[in-house]
Design a protein around this ligand. Structure first.
Ligand SMILES: Cc1cc2nc3c(=O)[nH]c(=O)nc-3n(C[C@H](O)[C@H](O)[C@H](O)COP(=O)(O)OP(=O)(O)OC[C@H]3O[C@@H](n4cnc5c(N)ncnc54)[C@H](O)[C@@H]3O)c2cc1C
Length: 331
C-alpha cells in the first residue's frame, strides 16, 4: 500500500454535490485539499441515480438536470484544479487520529495524512450492484463492465446490457448507434424508464431479451457466453457477445462511520452549528449528517459546506480573516 508523507489541510471524503462544493469553497479559502470518492466519477447520488431528472429546488439554477448540475459544480472546481487532488475510484476505509491532532486515513489504495476532514459520504460508499452469478473477476473491466467511460469503447461490438431501469434503458439507446448490436436483458417484460425513453427503445433496433435471468457468464473466444433462463420458467438459451454491461443500480454502505466511533443518530453523523462532530477537526455535511431541523436536500448541503469550511479554516489558520464574500477568481 502506498504511504504518503504529504499533509493536506483538508480531506473531503465523498465527491457528491456537497463534497464537490465544499472542496471548491475550501480552495477559495486557499486550503490544500483532496477529495476522495469511491466511484470513478464525481457527482454522488445525482450523477449515479438521476442524471436526467430535472431538479427545481437548488437556488439560482432554475430547472436543471442532475447531469447539468454536476457539470456546473465540476466547472466551478476546475477553476481551482491547482492545489486540489482528486482521487476517484478510491474508498476511505480507516481513520486514525494521531498524537499531534492530525489524521491518518486509510483508503483502498494508500495511507494519506490530513489536518482536517469533511465527511460528505451521503448514505455511504456507492458501489454498483454486482451481477448475481459467480464469474471470473479477471473479465471485469474488459468483457464485463459496470461503467461506461467512453461510448467508443463499444464501437462495432455486440453488447449485452443487464438491467431494466432508467439507466439501463438510457445506455441501450446511447449505444445503439455506436455498437454493432445491443441486447437488453431484463427479468421482466416492462422497463422502468421515462415513457418517452421506453417508447424510443421499443422503436429501436435494441434486441429486448425479456423476461430472462442470467444464470452463467463465461469467457468465450475473445468475448463472453451468457446463459439465459426464462424468468419463472425452464427454457434456456445462450447469447454470445463481446461485452456485458451490468446496470443493476447501486448499493451504499456507511457502516464505517460506526467503526470510526463517531457519534451517530439513526446512522447519521451528529454535528453542531459549525458542522463539527465531537472530534475536533472532523466535520460532516450533506446527507451524512443530522442536527435539529436537518433536511436532506442539495440546497441544505450547499449551505452547510461554507459553515464547515470557514470554521475549520479559522481553526487551521487563526491569523486569516473570515471572508464574507467571494471575489473574482483568476484561474
Ligand atoms: C431519486 C432521487 C431524487 C432526488 N431529487 C432531489 C431533488 O430534486 N432536490 C434535492 O435537493 N435533492 C434531491 N435528492 C436528494 C439529493 O440527491 C441528496 O440530498 C444529495 O445527493 C446529497 O448529497 P451528498 O453530497 O451529501 O451525498 P451523495 O450524493 O450521497 O454523495 C456521497 C458520495 O460519497 C461517496 N462515498 C461514500 N462513502 C465513501 C467512502 N468511504 N470513501 C469515498 N467516497 C465515499 C459516495 O460514493 C457518493 O458519491 C434526490 C435523491 C434521490 C435518490
Amino acid at each position: 500500500m502506498q504511504q504518503e508523507t504529504h499533509l493536506y489541510d483538508l480531506t473531503v471524503i465523498g465527491g457528491g454535490p456537497t463534497g464537490m462544493f465544499a472542496a471548491f469553497y475550501a480552495r477559495m479559502r486557499n486550503l490544500d485539499v483532496q477529495i476522495i470518492e469511491s466511484l470513478p466519477e464525481l457527482g454522488g447520488q445525482v450523477a449515479a441515480l438521476y442524471p436526467e431528472k430535472i431538479i427545481n429546488d437548488v437556488a439560482g439554477t432554475g430547472a436543471v438536470t442532475g447531469a447539468a448540475l454536476i457539470a456546473n459544480l465540476q466547472s466551478q472546481l476546475d477553476q481551482f484544479s491547482d492545489g486540489l487532488y482528486l482521487a476517484c475510484g478510491e474508498a476511505v476505509t480507516g481513520l486514525k487520529r494521531l498524537d499531534d491532532g492530525t489524521f491518518m486515513l486509510t483508503t483502498t489504495k494508500r495511507q494519506t495524512h490530513t489536518r482536517s476532514i469533511v465527511v460528505a459520504i451521503g448514505g455511504g460508499a456507492f458501489a454498483p450492484r454486482p451481477l448475481a452469478v459467480d464469474y471470473d473477476k479477471a473479465l471485469e473491466g474488459q468483457q464485463i463492465r459496470y461503467f461506461v467511460k467512453d461510448l467508443q469503447d463499444f464501437a462495432g461490438k455486440t453488447v449485452a446490457i443487464a438491467g431494466g431501469g432508467d439507466s439501463a434503458v438510457d445506455w441501450a439507446l446511447a449505444l445503439e448507434p455506436v455498437a454493432a448490436e445491443v441486447h437488453l436483458i431484463h427479468r421482466r417484460q416492462q422497463f422502468r424508464g421515462l415513457e418517452s425513453s421506453v417508447a424510443q427503445l421499443q422503436a429501436s433496433s435494441v434486441v429486448l431479451e425479456t423476461p430472462y435471468n442470467i444464470t452463467r457468464v463465461a469467457a468465450h473466444d475473445s468475448g463472453l457466453r451468457i446463459d439465459l433462463q426464462v424468468a419463472k420458467g425452464e427454457d434456456q438459451r445462450q447469447l454470445a457477445v463481446d461485452t456485458l454491461l451490468v446496470n443493476y443500480g447501486f448499493v451504499s454502505d456507511n457502516s464505517l462511520l460506526k467503526a470510526w466511533g463517531l457519534p451517530l443518530e439513526r446512522r447519521a453523523l451528529i454535528v453542531d452549528a459549525n458542522m463539527e462532530t465531537e472530534i475536533p477537526g472532523i466535520y460532516g455535511i450533506g446527507d451524512a449528517v443530522t442536527y435539529p431541523g436537518k433536511v436532506k436536500l442539495i440546497a441544505a448541503g450547499f449551505g452547510e459546506a461554507p459553515s464547515a469550511i470557514n470554521h475549520l479554516a479559522t481553526e487551521l489558520y487563526p491569523e486569516r480573516k473570515q471572508p464574507l464574500h467571494s471575489t473574482s477568481i483568476s484561474a
